[in-house]
Design a protein around this ligand. Structure first.
Ligand SMILES: Nc1ncnc2c1ncn2[C@@H]1O[C@H](COP(=O)(O)OP(=O)(O)OP(=O)(O)O)[C@@H](O)[C@H]1O
Ligand SMILES: O=c1ccn([C@@H]2O[C@H](COP(=O)(O)O)[C@@H](O)[C@H]2O)c(=O)[nH]1
Length: 242
């Protein structure tokens, strides 16, 4: 096992929260994720979470169907707040202290995003869940994860998603796609590997934040990632393409 992490940013796929339901939130999956996060927090690691909204609403999809893109994206951001509150509830039922901070003010339900306050919560051992993405349309929660990781000085981004790593093409479209174990930001950008959007990758590259992409549906993977076990695909500045 490598050196333990001090502070991590966990990016949770919205879509993964729906399990086999096709839409919305599967409470069993949320509970399982919360239990893994609780274990990591109780081991002394500071955990910040950015959660997606793809299980409820995606701006690009609605805009392709004719909706104004910015309006659709605001709906998408609000969808992420529903996921954030659901996670908060599951974590608090496991005695984990949490705060939700939103990038769009909704002070009746959550704190507004205040960077220094978020850091203070983390130092006190509270899980900080960032909702409403970056607060800006035309962005994604992956880019939000990169932005928040840089702001709070997280050592790594764990992208817990629906695939078990980064492939040389989309594995959901190409069954012959090959998975990488490690690769660098430049390779992801030049080969246009769309496991994360290019803005997110560029931000991580600028700030030298490694990203571990792994399958959220495999129970125990969050704990394994934090323990430094070899799962998924690691993307970093000096990583070889392997
Ligand atoms: N080269 C690639 N390697 C791996 N996955 C890829 C690649 N290209 C595209 N993908 C797709 O990227 C998806 C993961 O990113 P996506 O942004 O859709 O999910 P997420 O951010 O985890 O979830 P959500 O948007 O619901 O929060 C995978 O489901 C996969 O189909
Ligand atoms: O900074 C952001 C983050 C998200 N959005 C909108 O929310 C949905 C859901 O986020 P995912 O990253 O796809 O899970 C996204 O499709 C956008 O519509 C945003 O506008 N700005």
């Amino acid at each position: 096992m490598g050196k333990p992490y001090r502070r991590i940013l966990l990016k949770l796929s919205g879509e993964a929260l729906m399990g086999n339901l096709g839409y919305g939130i599967d409470p069993t999956i949320v509970q399982e994720i919360a239990a893994e996060v609780a274990e990591v927090v109780n081991s002394g690691v500071q955990v910040a979470i950015v959660v997606g909204g793809g299980n409820i609403f995606r701006g690009v999809k609605a805009s392709a169907a004719g909706m104004d893109r910015a309006t659709a994206d605001y709906i998408g951001m609000i969808a992420t707040v529903m996921n954030a509150l659901t996670l908060q509830d599951a974590l608090e039922r496991m005695e984990v202290q949490t705060r939700v901070q939103t990038a769009i003010a909704m002070q009746e339900v959550a704190e507004p995003y205040i960077r220094r306050r978020a850091i203070r919560h983390l130092e006190k051992g509270r899980v900080v869940i960032f909702g409403a993405g970056s607060g800006n349309p035309f962005f994604t929660t992956d880019t939000t994860a990169a932005l928040r990781a840089a702001e709070i000085d997280a050592e790594v981004i764990f992208k817990a998603t629906k695939v078990d790593g980064v492939y040389d093409s989309d594995p959901h479209k190409n069954p012959d796609a090959k998975r990488y174990q490690t690769l660098n930001y430049v390779h992801v950008l030049t080969q246009d590997l769309r496991v994360m959007d290019s803005t997110a990758i560029a931000l991580c590259k600028e700030n030298n934040i490694p990203i571990l992409v792994f399958d959220l549906s495999v129970r125990g993977n969050i704990r394994r990632a934090v323990a430094g076990e070899s799962i998924g695909t690691l993307v970093g500045g000096f990583c070889e393409v392997s």
